[in-house]
Design a protein around this ligand. Structure first.
Ligand code: IMP
Length: 430
């Protein structure tokens, strides 16, 4: 069997949706294994733009079974909304195309309320979360009081577990100045969603084991980016799940040895949404140009993204953490027209040189990037489909990224459409 993991190599929003959609055409199964609807994967086909938050981005390909694994946190309202919208557009006609793991945890309205209220209370110290209830849901999972998809199928048990959860969460909500959640209302709402989702609910770990046995091609679709990983990211300005390749094993319920290839997605520059350190951030007209030309606004929250130069320290770290066998370099076209380009090769923090991302937030906040400067190019590269046709300066820029990250660039994206892609090697095979 051949499997491919797609992970973000920066702070999320690297363009994973497009790449997953591209390779899903050759996959039998596409699996989400962590995160929730804090993710937003944009798929552009012709004039149609589809943004999915929970549904695996392979959903536009009818032959690909979509799996939402146990490591994902599911907001049933959002999932049902996405199913309806996709069906309206003619996708997901066969219910068997979507499988939802029975062990996945549920995001409840109370999680969203706590997420938003705690961010408000944190003031300047806030994380800048997406407000979707992700953190509080994972907190309840780890505290062993969470509710799971399987509980939706047993109303009596669901109510019992919900009461136990609210006994802890309602006083917390009231301390945050919010009204307590109403158990009856939650039961009514969630159990109705449960009935709709029931035909899709199964043991997806078992299903995947069978697919592995049959030698099927499996695509694991990561959400967010390495620097948002709860363990390896810029803690505490991170999301609440593991997002690196290692999360595939626990989040999909398969042994890690079934992972054969890892494609890390990185923009040709860097962006970040929410708070936290960002050493190569540009507060000048170059940053503004990147935001404007790259349309850098969050697909989940619409927030303007912070923009900066390519940071080889970050991508090198992601390559090491996730065992990236290749890089898909996206949005290279956005850099066209900039006379000079910079790449951060290291940081200086308080007189010390770092070739890795320091763990200490104070080091990272004071980090001054050590830049290398390269020539830019002026040509519009959107129509280019072959590597050799790229301007020499663009080829040099890519070669330098490969050297600094010790990882080959195997795909280059020069636009949002499927065709606007230069594929150097088949990632399932390389
Ligand atoms: P949360 O995941 O909503 O708790 O947000 C925590 C941090 O992760 C915030 O800085 C968010 O902006 C960021 N974040 C979460 N998901 C994504 C994503 O898919 N792309 C970019 N940033 C994200």
């Amino acid at each position: 069997m051949s499997s491919l993991v797609i992970v973000g190599a920066q702070w999320g929003d690297e363009g994973k949706g497009k790449v997953v959609d591209l390779f899903a055409a050759h996959a039998d199964v596409v699996v989400r294994f962590q995160g929730g609807n804090n993710a937003g994967h944009t798929l552009v086909v012709g004039n149609e733009r589809t943004i999915v938050h929970l549904m695996p981005a392979g959903v536009l390909h009818a032959q690909a079974t979509c799996v939402i694994g146990n490591g994902v946190v599911i907001d049933p309202a959002v999932l049902c909304g996405e199913i309806d919208e996709l069906r309206r557009r003619g996708y997901l006609a066969d219910p068997a195309q979507l499988k939802i793991d029975e062990r996945a945890h549920l995001i409840l309205p109370v999680h969203r309320a706590i997420d938003v209220a705690s961010e408000e209370q944190a003031g300047a110290g806030r994380i800048g979360t997406t407000g979707r209830g992700i953190g509080p849901c994972y907190e309840d999972k780890m505290a062993r009081r969470g509710l799971r998809v399987v509980d939706l199928l047993d109303p009596e048990w669901f109510r019992r577990r919900l009461d136990a959860l609210l006994a802890v969460r309602n006083p917390a909500l009231e301390r945050l100045g919010r009204p307590a959640a109403d158990a009856d209302a939650i039961c009514r709402e969630l159990l109705a969603y449960g009935e709709r989702l029931a035909p899709h609910v199964t043991d997806t770990s078992l299903y995947l084991a069978d697919q592995v046995e049959r030698g099927r091609r499996i695509l694991f679709e990561g959400a967010h980016g390495s620097m948002l990983d709860i363990d390896h990211g810029t803690y505490p300005f991170v999301t609440s799940s593991n997002v690196v390749t290692g999360a595939v094993g626990t989040g999909a319920g398969i042994p890690p040895r079934h992972v054969s290839r890892v494609l890390g997605i990185s923009k040709a520059y860097t962006t970040r949404v929410g708070g936290g350190p960002f050493p190569t951030e540009l507060d000048d007209e170059v940053g503004a140009k990147l935001r404007e030309v790259g349309v850098e606004f969050g697909s989940t929250t619409g927030r303007p993204r912070r923009c900066g130069w390519f940071d080889a320290v970050v991508v090198r770290q992601a390559a090491r953490l996730s065992g990236m066998s290749g890089i898909a370099l996206t949005k290279l076209d956005v850099l066209s027209g900039l006379p000079k380009l910079k790449i951060a090769v290291a940081y200086e923090c308080d007189g010390k040189r770092f070739e890795r991302v320091p763990a200490g937030m104070r080091d990272l906040e004071s980090a001054k990037p050590v830049y290398e400067e390269l020539d830019g190019w002026t040509e519009d590269i959107g129509p280019v489909r072959r590597f050799e046709e790229l301007p020499a300066a663009a080829r040099r820029y890519i070669a330098r990224i490969e050297e600094l990250t010790a990882t080959p660039v195997t795909l280059i994206s020069v636009g949002a459409e499927r065709e606007e892609t230069i594929l150097l090697r088949d990632p399932f095979l390389v």
